[in-house]
Ligand binder design. Structure first.
Ligand SMILES: [Zn+2]
Length: 155
């Protein structure tokens, strides 16, 4: 059983940075900034609801809820990881589009020639793209910073 597939989230609209980080880690994360926390509860079975709204916690009947207490996105992520016992092997870092939650896949370098800045195209060999929104990803300085943060997360 692939544990990463079990860990699907629905994230409250006040927790945008947390949602972004869960996507960076590769978890299927439903997040819509304009959706109220109440509506989020209807987002279907199978998703673990992440909320920091006490009244949502109190009316929720599903056991699949993590109540977030911190205001800091890094600490919020720690809360999720510790509460659910997520291990590094459960994560698939950089496998999912941060913007729209779709799995991204490697693309031919020549096919995205005009879609990234010249200097990026000239200095990188590996590119991946999101089939949903078209966003292009490449291993850049951002990724190194993200890797460092991920390392610290699981300590
Ligand atoms: Zn996308």
């Amino acid at each position: 059983m692939d544990r990463a597939n079990e860990m699907r989230f629905a994230v409250e609209n006040t927790l945008g940075k947390l949602a972004k980080w869960l996507r960076i880690l590769g978890f299927d994360t439903f997040y819509k900034p304009d959706l109220s926390a109440e509506k989020l509860m209807d987002m279907g079975p199978g998703r673990i609801l992440l909320t920091r709204t006490a009244r949502i916690r109190d009316v929720n009947t599903s056991p699949k809820l993590v109540f977030i207490t911190s205001d800091n996105p890094f600490e919020q992520l720690r809360e999720v990881i510790e509460t659910l016992g997520i291990a590094p092997k459960d994560a698939r870092p950089f496998s999912r589009c941060v913007r729209c939650n779709t799995m991204i896949r490697e693309v031919d370098k020549d096919s995205i020639r005009k879609r990234v800045p010249d200097y990026i195209w000239e200095t990188h060999d590996t590119f991946r793209s999101c089939s949903q929104c078209g966003r292009i990803y490449w291993p850049g300085s951002h990724t190194q910073r993200s890797r460092d943060i991920i390392k610290r997360l699981f300590k």
